[in-house]
Design a protein. Sequence first.
Length: 183
Amino acid sequence: VARVKKEFLNCIQRYRDVEANFNQKYRQRVERQIRIVKQDVTEEELDAIIESDQQNQIFAQSLMQNSRSGQAKAVLSEVQTRHDDIKRIQKTIMELAQLFEDMQMMVEDQGKTLDQVEEHAINTSGDIEQGVNHISKAIVLARSTRAKKWCCFFITIILAVVIAILVWWFAFDHPGVGDKNNN
């Protein structure tokens, strides 16, 4: 998870670098076009024009003042088309940036979930090992108990046989049992 997160963050950083590079080149291109049309523009005016999206008005004013109206109209149309395309691209880039940020949040959330799953798996593994140990001990105890039962059974049988022999010996007046009393 950490490796995927790191790669994802690197991808987002590369994307942001490309976006910043694109915005810088776009700004430079617009500055050049505005300086061609309006040569006496100051840096403050240039910033205000770019930020307020008034480039089309500048080009339209230049078109009205220019004597080569056919060529100027074509240039204006081309500039407007490029500007619209760039605005669409910029909007798409902003949507992608938002998507990347949303994905980053999801990866972080999923990372937490995966960490919890991993922790539960480790705990389960430990519990299984303990269960195996308990079962092994139970098997040993069961075998020991079974062996003790058999020992008790055989001792009981031997005692029963000895008692039966003694009862038979003394109950049926075998020679030597009653002789001590007759002398």
